[in-house]
Design a protein around this ligand. Sequence first.
Ligand SMILES: Nc1ncnc2c1ncn2[C@@H]1O[C@H](COP(=O)(O)OP(=O)(O)OP(=O)(O)O)[C@@H](O)[C@H]1O
Ligand SMILES: [Mg+2]
Length: 238
Amino acid sequence: MTELVELGIRIEGLSKRYGEGEAAVDALKDVNMSVAPGEVVGLIGPSGSGKSTLLKCLGAVIEPTSGRMILGNQTIYDQGWKLSDLRALRRDSIGFVFQAPYLIPFLDVTDNVALLPMLAGQPNAKARIRARELLDALEVGHRAKAEPSQLSGGEQQRVAIARALANQPPVILADEPTAPLDSERALGVMRILNQMAQQYRTAIIVVTHDEKIIPTFKRIYHIRDGRTYEEAGQGLSL
Ligand SMILES: Nc1ncnc2c1ncn2[C@@H]1O[C@H](COP(=O)(O)OP(=O)(O)OP(=O)(O)O)[C@@H](O)[C@H]1O
Ligand SMILES: [Mg+2]
C-alpha cells in the first residue's frame, strides 16, 4: 500500500468564484474538508449550495479560485499554483460514479470496466482479469459477458462502481449514486461503497439528498451558500 493511498484527500480554505464584477458568484467560500482512506462521507446541501462545484474541484474538473488541495502526499492546487498534468490525475487518481451508470452500450460489461486501465496502458488481458475480480466482488461477475442493456438498473450501477474502482484510485466521487434505486438497492450500493472503501483504502465522497442513505454515513459535510460544516452521522451498520 502506497503512502499516497494512506493520506486521503484534504482541502483547505478553498474558494471558487464564477464570473467577474457584478456577475460574480462566490460558489465556495473558505471550504475545509478532509476524508481519510477507507472513509465514506456524505455531502449534503440544498440546490445551488455548491455541491457540484465542490465535487468538480475535488475531481480536478474545474480549478478553485484560491485555497489548497492535497491528495495523498501530492499538492494539486495551492493558492493559484496547480499541478501541471491534471488530466493524468483525473485518469489515475479519481474515480467518478454518477446518478446514471453511463455504460458504453457496445462494449460488454467486462470491457466497460477494463477500458480505462487499458487506455492508461495496462495490457488488455491483465485489465480484463482485474475487471472480472471487481465484478465478482460486486456480485455481477455472472453478467460479465452481457451488454449493459441486458442488466437491471441496480446491476448497471454496480458495474459503474466497478469501473470507478478499476484504476484503484485513492479517491472516489459519487454524485447522487442511489437516486434512481429503491431502498433495498440504495442501501446495497452504500454497503458496497463502504466495503470497497475498506478493502481498497479509498476515500469516498457521496453527494446526496437521498433520505434512504443519509443514516449510513458516520460523518457528513453540510453545505449551504458555499460554506461547509461538519456533523457526526448515525453510521448505520449495513
Ligand atoms: N458555470 C457557472 N457559472 C456561473 N455560476 C455558476 C456556474 N455553475 C454554478 N454556478 C452557481 O454557483 C452556485 C453553486 O452551484 P452548484 O452547481 O455547485 O450547486 P449544487 O449544490 O450542485 O446545486 P444542485 O443541487 O441544484 O445541483 C449556484 O449559485 C450556481 O448558480
Ligand atoms: Mg449539482
